[in-house]
Write a protein that binds this ligand. Structure first.
Ligand code: COS
Length: 384
């Protein structure tokens, strides 16, 4: 399908594709096996100026938006969702500053994120607050010219690798979601440390780690937006970032489809390539339909987000659900088509299936996305 990309958009795809072909695909199996963070590949992405795709030019970025980053993430996701996640987590970490940060915070942090000189991460989840995001326990208390943070954050992507963390903490428990505030914490801040690196089923080239705050003191001006607006900043951040996760699903689904078609053309059973059997053809056809339909929805959503800055929760959740459920199904079907070979590590599809699972879980489970969609429908139809 031709999506009639502009010259600039096609250039983003071409640059990301070259990095995927030359750097990501050759290294993905080894980085996955060794659970190694892709430092060199991230440097190559930074050299290609893709870290600042969605950051305004005045802060050293490319000045693009959601559609630009979605195009790059689809390509990286086609190569390796683990490596792509290490890259994507920077945008998730930067969005709170971009959405709600003061001019000073933007000038201080965004240029380094845009150049890839410093990595960013987003810290919301806690041991007892996953889907129930407003149930966080980490606290921040004002003490003179500093905020003092106590608590811990769990399963933080880029944990231990990032230098800039956007963290939500409770500043007034009595106010519920209106009593949460976001802060920037730097890796060198006193009282900030890391827990153990997690061992995961998939996306093993990305780092997932606990963040620990023990009387962590940060300057007063590191508040992102106004005190008490942290939960809304988090929700708006996720509205922006979820299409990125969806695009990883599209790239991954495309990669699994490509592997399955290539294999089905060369695998001979009962004297014929297995692609000539209708059972296999129908599986491939369904995979192709689902990949293309997901891509169309993700592109339409990202283009919409670039125009409408609010009221986008429903479409953002819709494309996240569709593309990531698709990725799980399509990668599972690819393993089925490659059968015994598909189950073995010499072939890439078993890793694709392992990587697909997280897409249905992180940045809000697909059950939470359906809640968001359902609630929005309820609101829309209230007067109809
Ligand atoms: N944009 C702006 N504001 C939003 C918003 C959005 N997308 N979604 C909610 N809000 C506001 C609400 O309007 C409400 O404000 P008021 O207090 O003024 O009414 C406030 O935020 C609280 O909203 P709500 O009552 O809907 O919050 P809930 O505690 O019921 O939580 C869900 C809602 C479940 C949707 C939320 O907790 C969620 O998204 N959970 C998943 C979190 C997640 O993705 N975790 C993954 C880890 S991050 S990698």
């Amino acid at each position: 399908m031709d999506y009639f990309l502009s010259e600039e958009q096609q250039m983003i795809v071409d640059v990301a594709r070259q990095i995927t072909e030359e750097r990501i695909i050759p290294q993905r199996a080894e980085l996955d096996e060794k659970e190694e963070f892709p430092v060199d590949i991230l440097k190559a992405i930074a050299q290609a100026d893709l870290f600042g795709l969605y950051i305004p030019e005045e802060y050293g970025g490319f000045g693009g938006g959601s559609f630009d980053i979605v195009l790059a993430l689809e390509e990286f996701g086609r190569g390796c969702v683990g490596i792509a996640t290490a890259f994507a987590a920077n945008a998730l970490g930067a969005y709170p500053i971009l959405i709600s940060g003061s001019e000073e915070l933007k000038q201080k942090y965004l240029p380094d994120i845009a150049s890839g000189a410093k990595y960013a991460a987003f810290a919301l989840t806690e041991a007892n607050a996953g889907s129930d995001a407003s149930g966080i326990q980490t606290t921040a208390v004002l003490d003179g010219d500093h905020w003092v943070l106590n608590g811990s954050k769990q399963w933080i992507t880029n944990g231990g690798e990032a230098n800039i963390y956007t963290v939500i903490a409770i500043t007034d428990r009595a106010k519920g979601p209106r009593g949460a505030t976001m802060f920037v914490v730097e890796d060198t801040d006193p009282g900030f440390s890391y827990g153990a690196k997690e061992k995961k089923l998939g996306i093993r080239a990305s780092s997932t780690r606990e963040l620990v705050f023990k009387d962590c003191r940060i300057p007063k001006d590191r508040v992102i937006g106004r005190v008490g607006t942290g939960f809304i900043t988090v929700m708006r951040t996720l509205d922006l970032s979820r299409p990125g996760i969806a695009s990883l699903g599209v790239g991954l689904g495309q990669a699994a489809l490509d592997e399955a078609v290539r294999y089905a053309k060369q695998r001979v059973q009962f004297g014929k390539p297995i692609i000539s059997f209708q059972a296999v053809q129908h599986m491939l056809a369904d995979m192709a339909i689902q990949v293309e339909a997901s891509r169309a929805l993700v592109y339409a959503t990202a283009r919409n987000l670039d125009v409408n800055k609010s009221g986008v929760s429903k479409i953002s959740s819709m494309c996240k659900v569709m593309a990531t459920d698709m990725a799980m199904k399509v990668t599972t079907d690819a393993v089925q088509i490659l059968a015994g070979y598909g189950y073995m590590r010499e072939y890439p599809v078993e890793k694709m299936m392992r990587d697909a699972k997280i897409l249905q879980i992180y940045e809000g489970t697909n059950q939470i996305q359906r809640n968001v969609i359902g609630q929005e429908l309820n609101k829309e139809y209230i007067n109809k």
